[in-house]
Design a protein around this ligand. Structure first.
Ligand SMILES: [Zn+2]
Length: 127
């Protein structure tokens, strides 16, 4: 019976799913850009303020702006520092960008987009 719910073999959104800023609708990235970090592309962490953050990880996105300052404290991914990531069009907070702080780590950077800050648009299955 498990085969009945297998839309894609690992349960991901289809690769042609498109992700947009939930506030202004700017296109950000697509399902093909999702990347596994520590074995998963969906993550849930509690930040130092006690707020639970659910996000998906992507290798890259368009129309985003990362903060100039990079932080290394409170990182959820050891070996990576982080920057705030905002929509490049409306400046809504979308999540974070992590960049490696030591060489030889793969990937050397990736993005985390908050599930509440992005709108996913599924392709029409009839097309
Ligand atoms: Zn926006």
């Amino acid at each position: 019976m498990l085969g009945f719910i297998t839309i894609s073999k690992d349960g991901k959104d289809p690769e042609d799913t498109r992700y947009h800023c939930a506030r202004c609708g700017a296109f950000l990235t697509d399902g093909a850009s999702r990347v596994n970090i520590n074995g998963a592309d969906q993550h849930s962490y509690v930040n130092p303020s006690g707020i639970r953050c659910n996000f998906m990880t992507f290798i890259d996105a368009e129309n985003v702006a990362a903060s100039e300052e990079m932080f290394t404290e409170h990182t959820w991914f050891p070996g990576y520092g982080w920057r705030f990531l905002a929509c490049g069009q409306c400046y809504a907070h979308l999540g974070w960008k992590w960049e490696t702080t030591s060489s030889g780590r793969e990937p050397d950077s990736f993005l985390g987009l908050l599930t509440d800050s992005v709108e996913s648009v599924q392709p029409d299955p009839d097309e």
